[in-house]
Design a protein around this ligand. Structure first.
Ligand SMILES: Nc1ncnc2c1ncn2[C@@H]1O[C@H](COP(=O)(O)OP(=O)(O)O)[C@@H](O)[C@H]1O
Ligand SMILES: [Mg+2]
Length: 234
């Protein structure tokens, strides 16, 4: 399998605060790669650096063999990087359907369209005319993922999708991610939920206070209780 995304030696700052210290990893086409780490470890910052919402201070991001470092976020979206933001960014006063249509602003044609989205997300079809702000937290998470899929990304960046969801919604989300994997979707996931990560990921990396400290295939990670205790227990 070939690398679709290369993150090379990224350093990142917010103002004078140094947040990422030489972060490096790569994602292969068709795999689900999970970045794990405690609250504040730097997962969201890493995702924002990859899609250039926050440009890295140094280092490179390479997508499909092309250097994307320093591009504008709309450009990375057009190239096929689809971020599902942790804070969801739903337009609460717009209808569910209008939120979904906004996802097509990447201008990318492909597998996903409204009809197919509704077959994967039946609740969104049922609520399509409702104001998105009236949906439950779990439904809004689904809407955020569906909206990003409407842009036909080549890689889906799912930033802590289980955060704040009920066990029932986490199960729905797990089934969705497993279905996306069956479609050979390339996924970069960030999580704190170890069980969820082990259920859907192929490889796992850990970031701790802005440093990448671990990388392994999921079966190795599954057995590595010491690592889980050290870097992921609360
Ligand atoms: N906009 C911001 N301005 C300043 N500091 C920030 C900002 N966003 C995040 N941080 C800080 O950067 C660090 C990493 O945060 P973040 O990437 O959100 O971690 P995670 O997603 O792993 O919880 C934390 O110390 C956090 O307080
Ligand atoms: Mg985060």
């Amino acid at each position: 399998m070939s690398d679709i995304l290369l993150v090379q030696n990224i350093d990142s700052y917010y103002g004078k605060s140094h947040i990422l210290f030489g972060a490096s990893f790569s994602v292969k086409k068709g795999e689900t790669f999970c970045l794990m780490g405690r609250n504040g470890a730097g997962k969201t910052t890493t995702f924002k650096n990859i899609v250039m919402l926050v440009p890295p201070k140094s280092g490179e991001v390479i997508f499909n063999g092309k250097k994307i470092t320093g591009m504008k976020p709309y450009h990375t979206a057009r190239l096929g990087l689809g971020l599902v933001p942790e804070d969801r960014r739903i337009f609460g006063l717009l209808s569910v359907k209008d939120n979904l249509e906004l996802g097509t602003s990447t201008g990318r044609l492909g597998h996903w369209n409204l009809e197919l989205i509704y077959s994967y997300f039946p609740a969104l079809e049922e609520y399509q005319e409702r104001m998105a702000g009236t949906l439950s937290g779990g439904e809004q998470q689904m809407l955020t993922i569906a909206r990003t899929l409407m842009g036909n990304p080549e890689i889906l960046l799912l930033d802590e999708p289980t955060e704040g969801l009920s066990p029932v919604m986490i199960k729905v989300l797990k089934d969705l991610v497993l279905k996306l994997k069956e479609l050979n979707t390339t996924i970069l996931l960030s999580e704190q939920n170890i069980k969820f990560s082990m259920a859907v990921s192929d490889r796992v990396a850990i970031i701790d206070r802005g440093h990448m400290v671990y990388e392994a295939d999921v079966d190795t990670f599954r057995k590595d209780d010491e690592i889980k205790m050290k870097y992921l227990s609360v």
